[in-house]
Design a protein around this ligand. Structure first.
Ligand SMILES: [Zn+2]
Length: 1078
């Protein structure tokens, strides 16, 4: 890639003097804790090559249309929310961060005892049986005493603000029974905590304890002070239902848009800021764990009320009730946006819409020490091409003429609302690096009485969070404007695909689909060119030049040296060549109707696409429709290496690793050419998806998989995916760069991206559903006053071949108070980060370790909150930050996903597929995947437009006479209870009873002319429309075998393939937290 103008920035190496010891560049990254990582290689940061600095010229720039808002004022960006000093930093024993840090590092290496112990402990408690049979001894008391040494002072002494721990509602019975005294518990003083020491410190990986542990042989299952269900509890043990109170439970961290700038300032400090009180393990109690070995089949001693633990559906409904339908203005620094599940309208007033950028927290800790202490990952999830609803304006395009976009001379940040104009408007200070720059003459403008340029509202780059610049030739390959992109459809015509009818299905669909290629707003036709290839062991290229009466085929059988046998006539304008293309699409199924060829090649197919784009000097996308493992003699030939015996061993990671060599190089070639690969797979058996998906997952592509494809049952599902995919809006040949103000920087990137160096995120293409998760680390201290800025700049080629820069800016708060940080956390974003980092981590270490780290970090984050931010209360109460009260349920769900669960019952390809899909997901998609929506349909009001509110994702919510819809972004289930009323069945299926439903009819609903049928089908199609993937519909009857498929998505329940129920997990985490606090 040679976008010199773009990659030229050497920002960090030229830090301001104020940046302290990092001035010389960060070649050797500061000794960062690896707390956000799983032992992956630390990102050594080296400054990118120096390049061309843009010099200002004096040609006038185009004036964009005036932006919508009139309220944004950078001077009002301050969120003056730090009036109340909470616990002074010194009150928190600094030792807390330290041990946990080293623990974390040691956790990161596979064979460390600590991780082992945690797992042992978990399995001993049968917390889901992640590691079957690994019943082992608890760790030695020695660790506990170390743990006890950590806190000499009970947190009660720190004078916290009034964040009450008292019961908030009447139905919340006092969870605590007499023996407990908060002080005693907090001090972790010996005997009363007996159960605790049994439980063992999962964080025991403290290096000091290392040697001790090795020699200890423990016997007997730990009976940890687990109280759940134990008779001595008295009273509803989980009574802490404080979080359920809908309207008032709100943390108040969201400012109502429209309440005026004054009202927007600052976060009111609120009591009730943490969500849950939960009674926890009782000192010295030998309570049984609900999911204890053998306990699963037996009923728990005491039925717990599942309503008493924090509920995702409640949190979602509360947020909808509070913010749904409102206008969210982005004029406040560090403002926490509505949840992804809430419908709202965004008004860009200086910060990027949350549709483009979301953060794990909107208030960064000022120092690396604080970050280390709380272990809350600092990350932003960026979806640069996010779809905007119709009532939100598309991005304005600024044109600065031949000069190109105005940029800071030093750090290369683009002109944005944060730049401070000084000296009467003749110069501006870059807010990212503090460099003072001259304003080019053509760009000069006077300032008004508050120091703002008078053209403030006329230039999107001065007043908006997101906008685009027209890029100049400096930003183009070889200083030449790019050609419009091309799409090549590459169809595997081997025996299986012909026999199944797939080839015909594709060819028929393309005839109509090609009319709908993406085009610029207002353009009559698409500029995208199209080409066609079919293949089995050899490749067939087609000449579809408009002048031809018949398409011509050219065969390339030398797959080792792939080349494109024709230039002219291969990539054509669809409109011009429609007749020839129709002819070709009609002929293809017949041409291969009698084929016996069952072997295929794969890498040469991608290579052919790259070569075609090279020859045509364009970027584009390959749509490959492929059915089997490529076993024909050719580069990239694969062999079956599936081995279930590796599951739950140290070598399990190899199942996820792609085979090296050919595909690695191919990814590189693709990205260099801007060749994105979308892969549609139709396997009937293992095909090494980890390797075949390698190129798509590095080029911003998508992977679709249809197991045992049959046209009748899967055809519509596949076509819906194909239509969505072909029509997606996207950018090609993209490079993304994330700049930050001084004090922190982007250190890691997760997504369908390719990294040639540590800063430039390359994507052959990026579509509206793809997101990159960016992790940040501190370089230095951040200032509460100035806050922190992030600028994401994406250089790309539009669908019509224009080179553009898309800029997203976001300003965050900074704090030295952890309570402020926790208050601004966004659980949905946190879980996106954890999902991606865990899914990457399993490439390098056993999934068991990764799960341990996830549990560990969950407990740590929550313990730190408890210790530093919550008011003193009994240790047996689980106190969660309001912003994170449902974090445990997501985390538990994540650990039960196919990639992380470690079950031999799951297909290796399915696990690899899910891993790769999640890596490119945005926050909405990970949210839905980890907490599917379970929608009750039996009481539906057929006359209402509304979709019924989802219920908690648990079998407890199902009723025999009920009917439910479950969607998770990948599948959609219609579940029918055994006692589903006959009239419902009649209305939906035109059958007298459930028993009459035919197996073959279980994939679609007949179109019947009655209100119920119409309503249910309209809900389903609404859901299908909304999601990036089409989701296969499965109709399951209660107690039928396929019901298992459905049940595995009831994520609050114990996992079918292993993994704890939400309740058990929460209890476990609670115990871990107590452990950390003692
Ligand atoms: Zn700068």
């Amino acid at each position: 890639m040679s976008q010199q103008g773009y990659v030229a920035a050497p920002p960090y190496s030229q830090a301001q003097p104020g940046m302290g010891s990092y001035q010389g560049g960060f070649g050797a990254a500061p000794a960062q804790p690896l707390y956000g990582h799983y032992g992956g290689p630390p990102q050594a940061f080296s400054s990118p090559p120096a390049g061309v600095m843009k010099s200002p010229a004096s040609s006038p720039g185009g004036m964009p249309p005036p932006p919508v808002s009139s309220q944004y004022n950078p001077n009002v960006q301050q969120n003056g929310a730090h009036p109340q000093r909470l616990a002074s930093p010194s009150a928190a024993p600094p030792t807390y961060g330290q041990p946990s840090h080293s623990v974390y590092n040691s956790m990161a290496s596979p064979a460390q005892p600590p991780a082992q112990q945690l797992t042992n402990q978990m399995s001993a408690m049968n917390l889901g049986g992640y590691a079957p049979g690994a019943m082992q001894s608890p760790p030695p008391p020695a660790t506990t005493s170390i743990a006890q040494q950590r806190f000499q002072t009970p947190p009660a002494a720190t004078g916290h603000p009034q964040m009450h721990s008292a019961p908030l509602s009447s139905h919340m019975a006092p969870p605590i029974s007499p023996p407990q005294s908060p002080i005693t518990n907090m001090q972790g003083s010996g005997p009363p905590m007996g159960g605790q020491s049994m439980a063992g410190p999962p964080m025991g990986g403290h290096s000091m304890t290392g040697p001790l542990m090795g020699g200890h042989s423990m016997t007997g299952p730990p009976m940890g002070g687990q109280s759940m269900g134990g008779p001595p509890m008295g009273g509803p043990p989980m009574g802490g239902q404080s979080m359920a109170g809908p309207p008032m439970g709100g943390p108040g961290s969201f400012q109502q848009p429209g309440s005026g700038p004054a009202g927007l300032q600052g976060y009111p400090q609120q009591a009730g800021q943490f969500g849950g009180l939960m009674s926890g393990p009782q000192p010295g109690m030998q309570g049984g764990f609900p999911g204890a070995p053998g306990g699963l089949s037996g009923p728990p001693q005491k039925k717990l009320d599942p309503d008493s633990i924090p509920s995702i559906t409640q949190v979602i409904e509360d947020d909808k009730a509070r913010l749904g339908g409102q206008v969210y203005s982005t004029n406040i620094r560090g403002q926490v946006p509505p949840l992804v599940t809430t419908d709202f309208t965004v008004q860009d007033q200086g910060n990027a819409s949350p549709r483009f950028m979301r953060c794990t927290t909107y208030t960064l800790p000022c120092t690396a020490e604080l970050a280390k202490q709380c272990q809350v990952p600092l990350a932003s999830i960026i979806k640069p091409f996010a779809k905007l609803p119709k009532n939100e304006a598309p991005l304005y395009v600024a044109n600065h003429g031949e000069t190109g976009p105005i940029r800071c001379n030093r750090c290369k940040a683009y002109m944005c609302p944060y730049m401070q104009f000084i000296d009467g408007g003749r110069r501006y200070q870059c807010t990212f690096c503090n460099c003072v720059n001259e304003v080019p003459a053509f760009y000069f403008q006077h300032l008004d009485h508050i120091g703002r340029r008078v053209d403030f509202y006329e230039r999107p780059e001065l007043s908006l969070g997101s906008y685009e610049f027209v890029a100049t030739l400096d930003y183009c390959k070889n200083n030449k404007p790019p050609n419009p992109p091309a799409y090549i459809f590459m169809i595997d015509v081997s025996y299986t695909n012909i026999k199944s009818g797939l080839v015909k299905l594709i060819c028929d669909e393309l005839k109509t689909l090609l009319e709908k290629l993406p085009r610029e707003d207002g353009a009559e036709t698409s500029a995208i060119k199209v080409g066609f290839v079919t293949y089995n062991k050899v490749l067939h290229f087609y000449n579809v030049k408009s002048a031809l009466a018949q398409p011509q085929m050219m065969v390339v059988s030398d797959t080792a040296e792939m080349f494109v046998p024709l230039l002219d006539g291969f990539l054509v304008n669809y409109q011009d060549s429609r007749a020839v293309i129709y002819n070709l699409l009609d002929q293809i199924p017949d041409m291969f109707a009698d084929t016996n060829e069952s072997e295929t090649v794969f890498a040469p197919v991608i290579q052919a696409g790259v070569e075609a784009f090279k020859a045509a000097e364009c970027s584009g996308k390959l749509f490959i429709f492929h059915s089997s493992m490529p076993t024909a003699e050719a580069p990239g030939k694969l062999k079956n290496r599936d081995d279930k015996k590796l599951v739950n061993t140290d070598k399990e990671k190899t199942l996820f690793q792609p085979q090296k060599g050919v595909y690695e190089q191919l990814s590189k070639d693709c990205v260099a050419q801007g060749c994105c690969v979308d892969l549609f797979l139709f396997p009937s058996q293992y095909l090494d998806l980890a390797t075949m998906g390698d190129v798509p997952s590095h080029t911003g592509g998508s992977i679709y998989k249809y197991n045992n494809f049959q046209v009748e049952t899967d055809g519509e599902h596949f076509l819906r995916d194909l239509r969505k995919d072909v029509q997606k809006s996207l950018g090609f040949d993209a490079v993304m760069r994330v700049r930050t103000s001084t004090g922190f920087r982007a250190t890691d990137f997760f997504g369908g991206v390719y990294m040639n160096n540590t800063t430039d995120v390359e994507m052959a293409a990026v579509d509206c559903d793809k997101a990159v998760t960016v992790e940040f680390k501190h370089d230095d201290t951040l200032s509460e006053e100035t806050g922190a800025l992030i600028q994401c700049a994406l250089l790309y080629t539009t669908i019509s071949g224009q080179r553009r820069l898309r800029i997203h800016n976001l300003s965050l708060n900074c704090t030295s108070q952890l309570s402020e940080l926790y208050k601004s956390c966004e659980t949905d974003s946190l879980i996106n980060f954890f999902a991606k980092s865990a899914y990457r981590a399993i490439l390098n270490q056993p999934v068991k370790n990764v799960r341990d780290i996830l549990v560990n970090q969950t407990a740590h984050m929550l313990a730190c909150y408890r210790k530093n931010c919550a008011s003193p209360s009994a240790a047996s109460q689980l106190i969660l930050p309001d912003s994170m009260k449902v974090f445990p349920v997501y985390m538990n769900s994540l650990m039960k996903t196919a990639p992380l669960v470690g079950s031999t019952e799951l297909s290796t390809d399915d696990r690899a597929h899910q891993r790769l899909s999640v890596m490119a997901m945005g926050v909405e998609d990970t949210q839905l995947q980890l907490y599917p929506r379970l929608i009750p349909l039996h009481n539906i009001d057929v006359s209402s437009e509304a979709v019924p509110a989802p219920v908690r994702c648990s079998a407890e919510r199902l009723t025999d006479a009920g009917m439910f819809l479950l969607e998770n972004g990948h599948s959609i289930f219609l579940w029918l209870g055994q006692a589903c009323p006959p009239d419902v069945i009649q209305n939906l299926f035109n059958a007298p009873s459930l028993a009459h439903l035919q197996q073959g009819h279980m994939f679609s609903l007949p179109e019947l002319d009655n209100p119920l049928s119409k309503k249910v089908r309209s809900i389903i199609s609404e859901l299908l429309d909304k999601r990036p993937n089409s989701m296969k519909l499965l109709i399951v009857r209660q107690k039928d075998k396929p019901e298992m498929l459905f049940r595995q998505f009831l994520v609050e329940d114990k996992g079918l393939h292993g993994g704890a129920s939400y309740m058990d997990f929460l209890c476990y985490v609670h115990r871990e937290i107590r452990q950390l606090l003692t």
